[in-house]
Design a binder for this molecule. Structure first.
Ligand code: RVP
Length: 498
């Protein structure tokens, strides 16, 4: 038995101390891009993301819709593996059907459906426009568009057919599949369109170009896309059915895989990595984890992992530390693994990116995790709060929440992730709610602005500089108390004057 001399610490126990900010150190100059895959030191990784954020391998978080929204913002999603192989592969394929700028149409309806049906469809999908095709499919014969502005419950009979109120193809601007994205965007703006349907020469819908996507592109600039401009997406895998699951995910177009386990320091992960390398060489990229110390990192790096994920017990919905007594404060875990990653790079010339997974309770924790040396962050609670996450929106009194549950909860029953052989005998996660926060792009923009502002204060314009030069300080218990007192002072009693 040994007891580590270092106390187990979380991100909230540290603050960054500013360094000199020079004239070229501005938020516009900050580059938040990060490598996802191992690569020789000094070279570029095969897969990079423009923002250091990926979504958790969780049913409540990573759906195709969220995956597209994150890829548009420059990050990446990992579709969860606690579902039948065909279903997970279809989710991956659903993301890959979308090219940056050209979307596979998601909201489609038949012309014979009623106005009540299209109203319900739009409400459920939280959209305001649907595409009308002869069979209601995304590749059916294109007939027109119908939006909430085309009918009103008090003026129109909701039992009437969609065809009575849709704007028909003959009155719309449509484009051929040969159109380039810049030509399509010019049409959107010249013709004041919200949607440009792309239709092939048999009259079938190929894709849609949305004005909103153009605006997002201008805001984030660096979507995560593959060489064919299809959005990138990752997928979780486990150590049990990988021989069947991985080929299906590769076939569906997954850009990168991630072994999904609460404790990845195991021979089972090494076996999967061996199998992937002997089957696919370097053509399939796969991360492994989770680990909380340098030994776990080195084991998985030696076994060929493309990135290593850090974190046990720190997730907002996680009760592993209570249930099993294992884990480590996320800050201490990252610190230990980063030291080993840097040693490993010095010895082997190979840089293995690190993902800090879970336990980010505030945006400031992201900056601190990156300063500690994590290359990118995996976030569950953060993304679960957004409109695009797959879980239900619920209203309690005047407040809206999204459901959010752990993969180790009785609801998810993800036994493969928790290495429990005969089903989930005990829970390692909880089932709860998180406050609804609105659209992903709006929230991510604000978070990125905060991280950039922090980096500017610390005199850094790249994540590498930030890690190399960051100065951190531990906060005392007294500081915590003072901080919460400050918050009380800032709150104005209701009805008070400014
Ligand atoms: P958070 O972002 O703090 O919500 O944490 C998300 C992470 O928590 C996931 O990426 C995963 O590592 C972990 N997790 C997921 N389910 C559970 C559980 O049920 N214990 N933990």
């Amino acid at each position: 038995m040994q007891i580590l001399s270092e106390i187990s610490r979380t991100f909230g126990e540290y603050l960054l101390v500013p360094n000199l900010t020079t004239a070229n150190c501005t938020p516009e100059a900050v580059d938040l891009s990060a490598p996802l895959t191992r690569h020789p030191v000094g070279e570029s990784a095969q897969i990079r993301i423009a923002i250091p954020m990926v979504s958790a391998v969780m049913e409540a978080v990573s759906s195709p819709r969220l995956a597209i929204a994150i890829a548009q913002a420059g990050g990446l999603s990992f579709v969860h593996q606690n579902q039948p192989i065909a279903q997970q592969a279809e989710m991956v394929a659903a993301v890959k059907r979308n090219k940056a700028g050209f979307r596979h149409s998601e909201i489609n309806i038949r012309p014979t459906a009623t106005l009540a049906e299209v109203a319900a469809l739009l409400e459920q999908a939280e959209r305001d426009i649907a595409v009308v095709t002869d069979d209601g499919s995304p590749t059916g014969r294109f007939l027109g568009l119908i939006s909430l502005r085309d009918f009103h419950p008090q003026r129109h009979d909701l039992n009437a057919g969609v065809e009575t109120r849709m704007r028909a193809k003959a009155d719309l601007v449509v484009a051929p599949p040969t159109i380039s994205l810049s030509e399509a965007n010019t049409l959107l703006w010249d013709q004041r369109l919200d949607v440009l349907p792309v239709v092939d020469n048999q009259g079938r819908l190929a894709s849609v170009v949305l004005r909103r996507d153009y605006e997002l592109h201008k805001r984030f600039r660096n979507e995560s896309v593959d060489d064919d401009k299809r959005f990138r997406v990752g997928a979780g895998v486990n150590t049990r059915d990988y021989r069947d699951r991985i080929p299906a995910l590769v076939e569906a177009g997954a850009d990168i895989l991630c072994l999904d386990s609460s404790d990845g320091y195991s021979v089972y992960q090494s076996d999967v990595l061996d199998w992937v390398r002997s089957t696919y060489g370097q053509n399939v990229r796969i991360g492994a984890g989770n680990v909380v110390d340098g030994r776990g990192f080195r084991y998985l790096a030696d076994a060929g992992a493309d990135f290593v994920k850090i974190g046990i017990g720190g997730g907002s919905i996680c009760i592993t530390r209570d249930a099993k007594g294992i884990g480590r404060g996320q800050a201490s875990a990252v610190l230990d693994v980063v030291r080993e990653r840097d040693r490993y790079a010095g010895e082997t010339g190979e840089y293995v990116p690190l993902c800090s997974d879970g336990g980010i309770l505030q945006d400031s924790h992201m900056a601190i995790a990156l300063a500690f040396g994590a290359d990118f962050l995996m976030l569950g609670r953060y993304f679960a709060r957004f409109e695009e996450s797959p879980s239900a929106l619920v209203r309690v009194d005047d407040q809206f929440f999204k459901e959010y549950w752990g993969e180790g909860s009785a609801r998810a029953r993800n036994a493969a992730r928790y290495g429990q052989a005969s089903g989930l005998l005990f829970e390692e996660g909880v089932d709860g709610y998180v406050p609804y926060a609105g659209r992903l792009d709006e929230n991510v923009s604000v978070t990125l602005a905060k991280i950039k502002a922090t980096m500017v204060s610390c005199g850094s314009i790249t994540l590498r500089q930030f890690h190399d030069s960051a100065t951190l300080v531990e906060v005392s218990h007294q500081s915590f108390l003072q901080n919460s007192q400050d918050i009380r002072l800032r709150e104005r009693p209701s009805g008070g004057r400014t």
